[in-house]
Design a protein around this ligand. Structure first.
Ligand SMILES: Cc1cc2nc3c(=O)[nH]c(=O)nc-3n(C[C@H](O)[C@H](O)[C@H](O)COP(=O)(O)O)c2cc1C
Length: 254
């Protein structure tokens, strides 16, 4: 089984790891030639962004080709996905990929723009992540075919969410402030999945932000602030180490 994942704070990677298959980071395949990936089963695991999916996932799927007897997708999310599943299934179809099964797992919401991470951490036990994950893994083991359709309004909101998320990303540099206790350790540079950060005598953002918050959440000194962030508290999934986030997202790992 090949599992293609994208992660900023480890939720999606923790799900990928639980399958015990071959985990492939989408961030590592942005540059270089297009590839043909083939396996008995293929899975795509990624976070919900803007009631839809991250552009890095879109670009990865557009660039490469995939062949398998059974293809599934799992969306990790924090509060609601609207029509994200349908939006992804339709997008995959446009790339000649038939999704046989798609489901979502409610985890911690890492969006600093909207959520107080302190409160999100307290809410986490009630989300019963392991129970949700066990059910999905059992469905996939049985090679179930399940595509739940969402209603017209939810689908519409996901399309709009995708458009507005696209408009927000890119030049976000003025939204970040690096505080003076930054140690210039370079972790923000290494966890950024789109190589948007360089660190020498200061931290520089280069106008190509994905707004994934990998830099802000994974900063060991908690020195990166996001404009109007809802809390100073940061998050990384407890089953994922900083080293694993770096290995997933640092382009120099190729
Ligand atoms: C830019 C951005 C947009 C997000 N949009 C949504 C959303 O529309 N709905 C939702 O439930 N969660 C949303 N989230 C929360 C993430 O989907 C959730 O925390 C996810 O599990 C993070 O996965 P990761 O740890 O693998 O990066 C968003 C997070 C970010 C950073």
């Amino acid at each position: 089984m090949k599992l293609f994942y994208f992660t900023a704070t480890g939720n999606s990677l923790s799900v990928a790891k639980s399958f015990g298959g071959e985990n492939i980071s989408m961030a590592q395949y942005q540059n270089g030639p297009s590839q043909n990936f083939e396996d008995e089963s293929i899975g795509f695991i990624f976070p919900c962004y803007g009631s839809s999916f991250p552009t890095i996932v879109e670009q990865f799927i557009e660039k490469h080709s995939f062949k398998s007897k059974y293809t599934f997708a799992i969306i990790t999310y924090g509060s609601m996905t609207m029509g994200a599943e349908k939006h992804f299934v339709d997008f995959a179809k446009s790339q000649d990929i038939k999704i046989d099964y798609i489901n979502k797992i409610k985890m911690l919401d890492n969006s600093l723009k909207f959520f107080n991470i302190e409160k999100e951490i307290k809410k986490l036990p009630k989300k019963n992540v392991d129970v949700q994950l066990d059910k999905i893994k059992s469905d996939i083991k049985l090679k179930k075919h399940t595509i739940k359709n969402s209603n017209f309004i939810a689908n519409h909101l996901s399309k709009k969410g995708f458009e507005s998320y696209r408009k927000e990303i890119g030049d976000c540099d003025n939204l970040y402030t690096v505080e003076s206790h930054c140690t210039k350790c370079g972790v923000c540079e290494k966890v950024c999945p789109v190589s948007n950060i360089t660190v020498d005598n200061k931290v520089k953002f280069k106008g190509n932000c994905l707004r994934c918050y990998a830099c802000t959440h994974n900063c060991p000194a908690n020195a990166i602030r996001f404009k109007n962030e809802k809390s100073k508290r940061r998050f990384r999934n407890e089953k994922v180490s900083l080293k694993e986030i770096i290995e997933s997202n640092n382009q120099n790992n190729l």
